[in-house]
Design a binder for this molecule. Structure first.
Ligand code: 3E9
Ligand code: MG
Ligand code: MG
Ligand code: MG
Length: 365
């Protein structure tokens, strides 16, 4: 266990927002988890105390009630997989066996009537989630949700191999894995369903929109790594986090690794805000809605990350901030030196409509 880190207020110029029914949605998710029987009793008792409904209400502050509730149940289910099958389980050390389970779950998402894992609570929960995805989304949104589940599962299998071998991936591999193993991309189709529209493929798959979604995943998962460092570094057994990667492969002391991770996410946040403002200037109503939701997702993960007992761990308090900063520690519009995401800086020159990051912050790092 390394020395305790104090996490400073992180840069977020995005306004907070929350769905007014957050308390009811959180209570519904607790009831759902109990009815389905997700996880062991001990894990479930922890998960239902984490305000996951509040997190969902922050991601879709003005979304349809039914989809905010669906997203909330889905996030709890994802933690049932991530905590219950990967990070806190023997299965998480056996990538081959883990892949077999995840493949079966994928088949259930695709064809819920398939006679597989009929009494397994994760499978029962997934059947219910799939039915609701079909109710509130189109066939192609359901298909993209399943594809996103596949990429999430693929990345946790890669992570499981590192857990088995006790190895720490390098920064480039870690970044590639983290774009998916934070389960951010599985949320994206629900952003559309939350407002009852379907983003057209030429808008969703354009390099700029794809880059914006990847940058949002990067910010959300780097923020998670920063805010969950206390929880993770105190857990028994293997843990993986960008701070650990920077310490292990770049010889950094913990506080230096923290400052580096913060600078990286600040630079991506600045790039993301410029890109979003540029896209907004010419986007149609659906793309505007999508970008607004993506931005709520980023801020929601921050607000939930500093407040949920999952990360504050009151029995052994983490030194987390209680507010955010309006200044980035590093606002340089330059690639991070992480090849898998260098393409974000190859997009056509941005006009930099957002004044948020210009002329603020230190650029010496
Ligand atoms: C997150 O990474 C793991 C996901 C399965 C959590 C489910 C959350 C979402 C779908 C939304 C994205 C939100 C994030 C990443 C907070 P990790 O490091 O295992 O999460 P932990 O809570 O254990 O730090
Ligand atoms: Mg994880
Ligand atoms: Mg985790
Ligand atoms: Mg984490």
């Amino acid at each position: 266990m390394g020395p305790e880190l104090t996490i400073p207020p992180i840069f977020s110029p995005i306004p907070p927002a929350i769905h007014p029914r957050h308390a009811a949605i959180d209570a519904q998710t607790s009831a759902w988890a109990k009815t389905i029987g997700i996880g062991t009793e001990e894990l479930r008792a922890r998960l239902v105390s984490h305000d996951i409904g509040t997190f969902s209400a922050m991601i879709l502050p003005d979304g349809r009630d039914e989809v905010v509730s669906l997203l909330s149940d889905f996030i709890l289910w994802l933690f049932g997989v991530d905590d219950g099958c990967c990070e806190e389980s023997e299965l998480g050390h056996r990538p081959g066996d883990l892949i077999a389970l995840l493949h079966r779950l994928l088949r259930i998402a695709q064809n819920p009537e398939t006679p597989l894992l009929e009494r397994d609570p994760l499978a029962v929960g997934l059947r219910d989630l799939r039915a609701r995805v079909s109710r509130y989304g189109t066939h192609s949104q359901a298909a993209r949700w399943i594809d996103a589940l596949r990429e999430y599962f693929f990345s946790v299998a890669w992570e499981a191999e590192h857990r088995r071998a006790g190895t720490v991936p390098g920064l480039d591999d870690y970044t590639l894995m983290r774009l998916y193993d934070g389960a951010t991309t599985v949320v994206l189709p629900l952003l559309e369903m939350g407002h009852g529209y379907e983003l057209q493929p030429h808008e969703r798959d354009s390099p700029s929109t794809r880059a914006a979604a990847e940058m949002a995943s990067f910010i959300i998962t780097w923020d998670n790594d920063i805010l969950s460092h206390h929880k993770e570094s105190r857990s028994k057994g293997y843990w993986l986090n960008v701070i650990r990667v920077l310490e292990h492969h770049h010889g950094m002391a913990p506080d230096e690794a923290l400052a580096t991770a913060v600078a990286q996410r600040d630079r991506v946040m600045c790039r993301y805000l410029r890109l979003k403002d540029d896209l907004m200037a010419t986007a149609g109503p659906q793309l505007r809605r999508y970008l607004t939701s993506l931005t709520h997702f980023v801020r929601g993960a921050q607000d939930w990350g500093i407040s949920s007992v999952r990360y504050t761990t009151p029995h052994d308090p983490a030194r987390l901030p209680t507010s955010f900063s309006d200044r980035p520690t590093d606002d340089r519009d330059l690639p991070l030196g992480i090849p898998v995401v260098a393409w974000w800086w190859d997009l056509p020159t941005l006009t930099g409509a957002s004044g948020t990051c210009t002329g603020t912050g230190t650029a010496e790092r």
